[in-house]
Design a protein around this ligand. Structure first.
Ligand code: HEC
Length: 121
């Protein structure tokens, strides 16, 4: 009798652990989907295009390369404060006094280019 009870206990524990493992995988999958939806495009910003767009739209306040600062803070090591997605979100909806330049004059793709550049400095 004892060995059979022990065996069924082991099987029950095994099923519970397996079930927990599946739940974990399930939540990781939905988190990844939520991130994909939040970025809303498969486009990944181009650093060289972003540098040009930064010069036109951002340099007056953040300095010629973004490292100098000015009216706005220097963006050196910005990637330590905001990741790529957070940088996009900030450019699309900045807090004053930084002006909102999206969706006009800069498009979503330009925002992503600039975010890629800002992450690189
Ligand atoms: C009119 C001036 C001005 C322009 C133009 C401007 N910014 Fe800013 N920016 C600011 C100011 C001021 C802040 C600080 C706002 C705050 O912290 O509340 C800021 C903050 C930021 C931050 C957050 C810095 C941090 O501490 O994390 C980022 C990133 C940024 N700007 C990027 C950009 C980019 C990219 C552009 C061009 C698309 C741009 N800014 C255009 C003035 C400007």
């Amino acid at each position: 009798m004892m060995p059979i009870r022990l065996l069924s206990l082991v099987v029950t524990l095994g099923v519970m652990l397996f079930g927990a493992g599946c739940t974990g995988d399930g939540s990781r999958t939905s988190a990844a989907t939520a991130t994909d939806t939040a970025t809303q495009s498969a486009y990944v910003g181009n650093i060289a295009s972003g540098r040009e767009a930064f010069t036109i739209n951002c340099a007056t306040c953040h300095g010629a390369t973004g490292r100098e600062g000015g009216v706005g803070p220097a963006l050196t090591d910005e990637k330590a404060r905001k990741n790529y997605d957070e940088t996009i979100a900030w450019i699309e909806n900045p807090l004053p006094p930084m002006p909102k330049l999206y969706p006009s004059p800069i498009s979503r793709e330009t925002v992503e280019d600039i975010a890629a550049y800002v992450q690189s400095i």
